[in-house]
Write a protein that binds this ligand. Sequence first.
Ligand SMILES: Nc1ncnc2c1ncn2[C@@H]1O[C@H](COP(=O)(O)OP(=O)(O)OP(=O)(O)O)[C@@H](O)[C@H]1O
Ligand SMILES: [Mg+2]
Length: 371
Amino acid sequence: MKKSALELREVTKIFQKGREVVRAVDTVNLTVEQGELVTFLGPSGCGKTTTLRMVAGFELPTGGSITIQGKDMTNTPVNKREIGFVFQNYALFPHMSVFNNVAYGLKSRGEKDAEIRPKVIEALKLVGLQNTENRYPSQLSGGEQQRVALARVIVMEPNLLLMDEPLSNLDAKLRLHMRTEIRKIQKKLGITCLYVTHDQSEALTMADRIVVMNKGKVEQIGTPFEIYSNPQSLFVADFIGHANIVKLEIASLSQESITAKIPGGTSFTAKALKPDVYSATEVLYHVGKSAALIVRPESIQVGAAQEGEGIFPATVVSSIFVGSHIEYELLLKNNATIHASVPFSTGMEIYGEEASVSLTFDEQNSAFLPA
Ligand SMILES: Nc1ncnc2c1ncn2[C@@H]1O[C@H](COP(=O)(O)OP(=O)(O)OP(=O)(O)O)[C@@H](O)[C@H]1O
Ligand SMILES: [Mg+2]
């Protein structure tokens, strides 16, 4: 059987803060294949850094096991794990040239100068910094320094590359650039990578798979597409892409879909998501009870008030023109707030405050979860 690059089994970390017990990481299971880039996404304090620190060996788990390339490393010291770590504060040695910064790890590993030189040159080329080896960190831009930090790690040819918010000190434009750069390098080297970020667009664009964490637990693991289009919990739906979540009364049920009552209107049908693959629709949802409709701001059309099947009557609370889009805040007849993001085109009508409008939700991009 092919060995996974990394396997976490029931990994748990409990911190004792005075009398308070914090389950920072709670029975996390994860298998990462060779060459995969897996991003960790979740709110502050959900356990992302602690998970990475345990994989690196800076922190020992309270329970569970960590296997790297088929070997149990749960209690192996940091320096025996062959792991590269890039932090948010990537602190290069300021008094050393770029060359010596990148060569540092190889030297401390006892490699000979003749072997080191070509490796350092190659690593710098890979991050697009050829011919900078004689400069000092202070003579580089923020993005260039971050790339040196990356070169310093990949030159060691680690089994695993761990990155904890590596771009959060860079400005917005540079972040966008660096995320594609990192992804390119990671793919080219085929290196397995765990990448922690707060930024969901970073997580969505870079990842082969995303781990969404909440309060120390894994909420969902999936490809960016799965996470976005098939959230398994209201937390994931809300956290990724800021979906609208509206409670509606169920009018009827079928195996695959739910028809719900529209407040002050007709009815709306969309697919029923089943968080647990073994649960039947009838167990999760009940006619006459609520289900949570999940609809993304970009899957809503805003039009002139009219009646008709599937139309949600609404009132405009605010509309903001942001150039490419109009961002609407709207109120349904049950006082639920809806956010809609409508692409702007010349000549289109923009509805102002207190206007009565009709909303239509794209059925293909709407779904119900248990409320
Ligand atoms: N050394 C420690 N001692 C006690 N509690 C800790 C320690 N390290 C982390 N924690 C707690 O464990 C929880 C998870 O922390 P962690 O740093 O893993 O979160 P995070 O997801 O990386 O958050 P952020 O996005 O803010 O970086 C938090 O409640 C934190 O306060
Ligand atoms: Mg953190």
